[in-house]
Design a binder for this molecule. Structure first.
Ligand code: HEM
Length: 539
């Protein structure tokens, strides 16, 4: 939950001057974001922050560190062990589920996925060919600018916008959550095939939950039009939306995932309640020359931590009789069975409107029963079974998400987790403590060590696996909240903060003392994802 108090209301967010102190301080840092393998200019390096291009570029955070070597068969075996066996029956809503993370509610998983889609998109994510980091272009700007929602704007993609050039378009009415204005995304109407969403990023329709977060963001934009002074331009409205979203990322999502202490370690002015110019940000590892890039370590490994937070089953609202499985195995994935799952890329049943009170803390929920607040699954080295068998529209030729992540990190030449930890001055976790499996009281004692999968993993663990195992070290009992640890948490925080500081349009660059509109805040004067949703529901 957000803790920072909102001091004052501000209605004008656009047109404010860049804080030159901060920028000159950043300019003095002598950093490179060149790729490690060759001196040639990487594709996308002509990207300019004020250009309207969709793309940014990838780079390396730890470019002096050697790539970890693995045998493909070892990675496949490890991937197999990281996918939990299918469960015969989902845990009842009237019992504690020991796989739930008591520190993070279920909505943050998909807020995390939504944020990922705002920052990074490598459409050539094919495992069939050798990945060449030189050719990798990020088809999202590595900025918190909601390009996944706005697309290229009303002039370039008018079909996302109403005739007034300000309101964004939505689709049919959804029911089931007692929100009379709930809407699906707008979709195409092909004569045959799937009814794909018409949105800024196709991946934001990958499942029913991220899809409805996308429509909430669109509604937040539409509601902002009424909260701004009459005559505000599209850019002013968009800027206000972006700043509120950036606030949620920094003050709500990030503390939930890494802990507030880590956020304060990187941004000490927030803890000391001083100015960002006095108490400067501590970016020890994320450095760039002119504009920040998307670190490949982040997109190909570390930020994929969210895959372990996915639950196998969700309750969307209290009017549906049953809960819904996230995905069904492919052979069952034809209608009408498909309608029981949360698979996206299609027009799902209209009574699937999400009751957000079951996903984010928005009031009081009973501990058990259909109105309980669902938690995300723990950040650990275990993925729920459906992610080992992704259905066709998502999984393509390699249906195991664990395998895709491990092979991808290896093909991208990422350093091992231990190498990164040592570089950061953190003692690497001993091999015997690097276990595979769920962070639960039942499993912890018997989870095998990674070296039992292959001796070649001794002192040499894949980065994605390592940051999950690192988070798991916090486990004491089933009620311990599990967040990212010192390596994973630090990298995610530095990348988020770096991308905000390096974006000359972000609130942290333009007006670091800015706070969200007071009218949007809750009774404790806080603004987080819960308040953003409540505000969006006015539109
Ligand atoms: C049901 C939920 C999800 C599914 C089915 C899913 C599936 C996928 C798939 C198939 C890929 C491409 C993998 C590859 O070929 O390399 C991917 C990439 C990725 N996912 Fe997820 N994901 C989910 C949730 C999340 C969450 C919650 C997060 C983070 C909080 C996340 C972060 C990422 C990242 C960073 C990438 C790489 C993005 C890029 O640069 O293209 N995902 N995911």
């Amino acid at each position: 939950m957000p803790s920072k108090k909102i001091k004052k209301a501000r209605k004008t967010t656009a047109g404010q001057q860049a804080t030159t102190d901060l920028h000159s301080a950043l300019a003095k840092l002598n950093f490179h974001d060149v790729f490690r393998f060759h001196g040639e200019r990487p594709r996308g390096s002509d990207f300019h922050p004020s250009s309207t291009l969709f793309e940014g570029r990838f780079g390396r955070m730890f470019r002096t560190l050697p790539a970890a070597e693995f045998a493909e068969e070892d990675l496949k075996k490890l991937a197999g062990k990281m996918v939990a066996p299918a469960e015969a029956r989902a845990t009842s809503e009237n019992k504690d589920d020991d796989e739930e993370n008591q520190g993070i509610s279920a909505g943050y998983t998909y807020l995390g996925q939504f944020i990922d889609h705002d920052l990074t998109f490598d459409p050539a994510s094919s495992l069939q060919k050798q990945n060449d980091p030189e050719a990798l272009e990020d088809f999202r700007t590595p900025r918190f600018d909601l390009d996944s929602v706005y697309g290229r704007g009303p002039n370039d993609q008018p079909y996302l916008y109403d005739d007034d050039g300000q309101h964004m378009l939505l689709g049919r009415r959804l029911t089931g959550n007692r929100d009379p204005r709930a809407r699906d995304l707008q979709r195409n109407r092909p004569e045959s095939g799937r009814q794909r969403a018409l949105i800024g990023d196709p991946r934001n329709d990958e499942n029913v939950i991220v899809s409805q977060l996308q429509s909430i963001m669109i509604r937040f934009h539409n509601s902002m039009i009424d909260s701004m002074p009459r005559g505000s331009t599209f850019q002013q409205i968009q800027n206000a939306v972006r700043w509120h979203y950036q606030w949620v990322v920094l003050d709500d999502f990030l503390p939930a995932i890494v802990g507030r202490e880590m956020v304060h370690a990187v941004l000490p002015h927030l803890k000391n309640k001083t100015s960002i110019h006095e108490d400067k940000p501590n970016l020890n590892f994320f450095h760039w020359e002119k504009i920040p890039f998307m670190p490949i370590e982040f997109s190909a490994a570390i930020y994929r931590f969210g895959h372990s937070m996915v639950r196998p089953i969700y309750r969307l609202n209290t009017t549906l009789k049953d809960r819904n499985k996230i995905f069904l195995p492919d052979k069952k994935n034809s209608l009408p069975q498909e309608n029981k799952s949360l698979l996206g890329f299609r027009e799902f049943p209209s009574n699937f409107a999400i009751d957000w009170r079951l996903f984010f803390k928005m009031g009081d929920n009973p501990h058990f029963g259909p109105r309980r607040l669902q938690k995300s699954y723990k950040i650990d080295t275990s993925l729920v079974n459906p992610l080992g068998h992704l259905p066709k529209p998502i999984g393509d030729k390699v249906p195991s998400l664990a395998q895709r992540n491990l092979i991808r990190g290896w093909r991208m030449g990422l350093p091992s987790g231990q190498t990164v930890a040592r570089f950061m001055g953190i003692d690497p976790i001993a091999d015997k403590d690097l276990r595979i499996g769920k962070a639960t009281e039942d499993d912890t004692a018997t989870n095998p060590a990674i070296t039992e999968v292959s001796g070649r993993f001794a002192g040499n663990a894949p980065l994605w696996y390592y940051i999950l195992a690192e988070a798991q070290q916090a486990f004491e009992d089933n009620s311990t909240p599990i967040r990212l640890g010192p390596v994973g948490g630090r990298i995610v925080t530095e990348v988020f903060v770096g991308l905000l500081l390096g974006d000359q349009h972000s609130f942290l660059s333009q007006d670091p003392t800015w706070t969200p509109f007071a009218a949007f805040a809750n009774n404790d004067n806080e603004f987080g994802i819960a308040e953003l949703i409540k505000q969006a529901q006015n539109a």
